[in-house]
Design a protein around this ligand. Sequence first.
Ligand code: HEC
Length: 310
Amino acid sequence: MARDFSSLRNLDVPVKVLFTGYLTTVAVGYLMALIQILFTHGMADGKFGLSMDDIVYSYYGNRSGTVLETKLNGSMKENASEHERFIIMQWVRDGAEQGEFAESGAEKVIQERCVMCHGKGAPVPDFTDFNVLKELTQQDEGATFGSLTRVSHIHLFGISFIFMFVGLIFSFAETSTVKYKSIAIGMPYLFLLVDILSWWLTKLHPMFAILVILAGAGMAISFAFMWSVSVLEMWAFDKVFLDAAGQPRPKWSSVVETRLRQIGCDDALTTTKRIACMTQSAGLQLWRLWLNLGLPWLKQQIDSYLARKN
Ligand code: HEC
């Protein structure tokens, strides 16, 4: 294939090592970020694993409770026993009065279970200052605008840089068509913007939580695609992209084209028409499956049922 740029497989080994080193490190970083998300946002509803509730609690907040309660039921759950957490919550429910702080036993629990992390000079709220603690007994409205602006700009700058280099490396790939390369390179930026926007939207209304998940998934998919194509082309080109005779394997886009021709959808020119044609063909196939397998099976079930009855 005539290309006026040096393709990944033709790069000098030192450059391949450089690219691979970068890609590997960034992939480990991505993994760490996912683990961190699991342990902070993922625990927001007190259950392990990322769910819609987690995202709603993190950005919109759990408006039926206070920050302190949400955290005690969420990511701070493991730091105190059931009874100790109950003591704190009871004090919060009773109005979180300073006069009852010591009397209710809440102060003792905070001192024993929380201040080792939430002490003076810590990066998390300092509970030795009563006013700081009192602040957290307000209604839980999720992420504050301050924290959202901070995290937004860090993400926009940091992640766009990561995709700058991942995309640049991937742009030397030769096994994807120009069209799919452009989509893969552009997608993460679009999803990054949608992701950040969706945090702000979720802060305003919980229904946008689904957008956070979709944008995150989109970013991960384009990252995985560019990453694996780049690494495979650099180190395993002959094995993966050439067949036994040394000829390029058919591109998956041409595999799709062939399939379309088989089911007679290739003359449908627009995407919508193609989708319609494919849906129709899939429907026909399902119907055939039903006639060949489903219906006989159902008949057999009915027959054996009737046989048992008689
Ligand atoms: C092992 C260290 C550690 C202990 C012990 C600990 N925390 Fe935390 N806490 C953290 C970290 C780290 C964060 C920030 C990450 C997060 O929000 O999950 C945090 C965040 C919080 C927040 C949210 C603060 C905010 O501004 O959003 C609250 C509320 C909180 N902790 C309450 C408690 C209470 C109550 C206890 C005692 C039962 C406790 N924590 C014990 C480490 C700790």
